[in-house]
Design a protein around this ligand. Structure first.
Ligand code: 13P
Length: 249
C-alpha cells in the first residue's frame, strides 16, 4: 500500500463551533505519521480550519474553472493557493449532477488547480443505471481520459473512485467491484503517461469504521474520501486507524 490518505469531505455541513470541535477532536488523538489525512470544509470555515490544523491538511470542495473573470460566488485556484491550501476536489458527482459540471469543465478546474500548485482530487464514478447496463468501466475510463487529456507525467494528482450509488446511501461497493475499478484506473493513468503506480487512488461512498478494514485490505485502494463519517471525529479517527493497520499488515 502507498502511504494511505484519508480525506474528509464535509460537504455543506457544520458551523464555526462544530468545525472547531471536529478538528480539535481529530488533532488531539492523531499521532500517526503512517497515514496522511486532511479535511475539506465548506468555504466559510476554511481559514479557521487551516489556522487550527495547518494548510497541509486542508482542501477545498471545488474550484472555479475560470481565471480573472467576474463570476459572482466563484472561488479561484489563485485564492486557494494564496491561503496555502493543499487539495481541491474536482468532479464530485454532486457537482456534476447538480451544478452541470461536465467532464470538460472538470478538466479546466483540474488544470487551474495544478497551475496554482494545488493537488486536484479528481472524482470519478458511475451511476447505478450505468453499472446495471454494464457500462461502469467505460464511463469511468471516459471521465479520466477527458479530464486528464494531455496530462504531464509529473502532475500532482489524487483520484477518488466514488460510485454514485454508494454515496450517502449506506451501500458500500463490494470489494471485488472496488478492486477491479481501482486496477483499471491505475492502468488508464499509466496509458495516459501519468505514473499510475504512484498516484493515490481513494475509494469514496459510505466509508465507515465498520467497512474500512475490508476496503483498505485491497491492493489498489490507497485510502478514502469520506463524507458522512468525516463529520464525527471518532469515526474519522477509526478510519485513519484502519488505514494504519492495513499499511502495517
Ligand atoms: P459518504 O461517505 O457520505 O457516502 O460520501 C462520500 C462522498 O461523496 C465523499 O466525497
Amino acid at each position: 500500500m502507498r502511504k494511505p490518505l484519508i480525506v474528509g469531505n464535509w460537504k455543506m455541513w457544520g458551523s464555526r463551533e462544530k468545525a472547531k470541535n471536529l478538528v480539535a477532536g481529530i488533532v488531539a488523538q492523531d499521532s500517526d505519521e503512517m497515514v496522511d489525512w486532511g479535511v475539506c470544509p465548506p468555504f466559510p470555515y476554511i481559514t479557521q480550519v487551516l489556522e487550527q490544523v495547518g494548510c497541509d491538511r486542508v482542501g477545498a470542495q471545488t474550484v472555479s474553472a475560470d481565471v480573472d473573470v467576474p463570476h459572482t460566488g466563484d472561488v479561484s485556484a489563485a485564492m486557494l493557493a494564496d491561503l496555502g491550501i493543499r487539495w481541491a476536489i474536482v468532479g464530485h458527482s454532486e457537482r456534476r449532477a447538480e451544478r452541470g459540471e461536465s467532464d470538460g469543465i472538470v478538466s479546466q478546474q483540474l488544470r487551474c488547480a495544478i497551475e496554482k500548485g494545488l493537488t486536484p482530487i479528481l472524482c470519478v464514478g458511475e451511476t447505478f443505471e450505468q453499472r446495471e447496463q454494464g457500462n461502469e468501466e467505460r464511463v469511468v475510463r471516459s471521465q479520466l481520459e477527458v479530464a486528464l487529456a494531455g496530462a504531464e507525467a509529473n502532475w500532482p494528482l489524487v483520484i477518488a473512485y466514488e460510485p454514485v450509488w454508494a454515496i450517502g446511501t449506506g451501500v458500500v461497493a463490494e470489494p471485488h467491484q472496488v478492486q477491479a475499478m481501482h486496477a483499471m484506473i491505475r492502468s488508464v493513468l499509466s496509458n495516459l503517461g501519468i505514473s499510475g503506480g504512484e498516484t493515490p487512488i481513494l475509494y469514496g461512498g459510505s466509508v465507515k469504521p465498520e467497512n474500512a478494514n475490508g476496503l483498505f485490505a485491497l491492493d489498489d485502494v490507497d485510502g478514502a474520501l469520506v463524507g458522512g463519517a468525516s463529520l464525527d471525529s471518532e469515526a474519522f479517527l477509526a478510519i485513519i486507524e484502519a488505514a494504519r493497520s492495513a499499511k502495517a499488515a
